[in-house]
Write a protein that binds this ligand. Sequence first.
Ligand code: ZN
Length: 134
Amino acid sequence: MSPTLRRRGPSMHELALSRALIEMVEDYAREHRARRVSTVRLRLGELSAVVRALHVSFDVASRGTCCEHAMLDIETVPLTVHCHHCESAKTPSGPYNFRCPDCGHATPKIVTGREMQLVSIELEEFEPAVTLSA
Ligand SMILES: [Zn+2]
């Protein structure tokens, strides 16, 4: 296996994710009669591993939509696990080391770090609230 990063553009998975996100944001913008979206805020778990790729795919997927040029603001949620032995939430020493940093017991229960949550959407260029006539 070559250690070089071959990836050039976003993968199909990330594009699909961005498209789904943009559709959601477009619905919201339409509902609120806004022509443009300025910022989309997300919370992404450390384990979801799409943070950087999502910026690229969002850029590609948003072309020609009201989300074009919108800022994607991603807050990364750190990984925490629950240790049954210590009976509390712990932060593992690495993303692939699911062991309690204090007692060394295996901690298979992930508390945070997997979420993908749409936090807020900022809109601009609102249409005047008039009824459309044919
Ligand atoms: Zn522990």
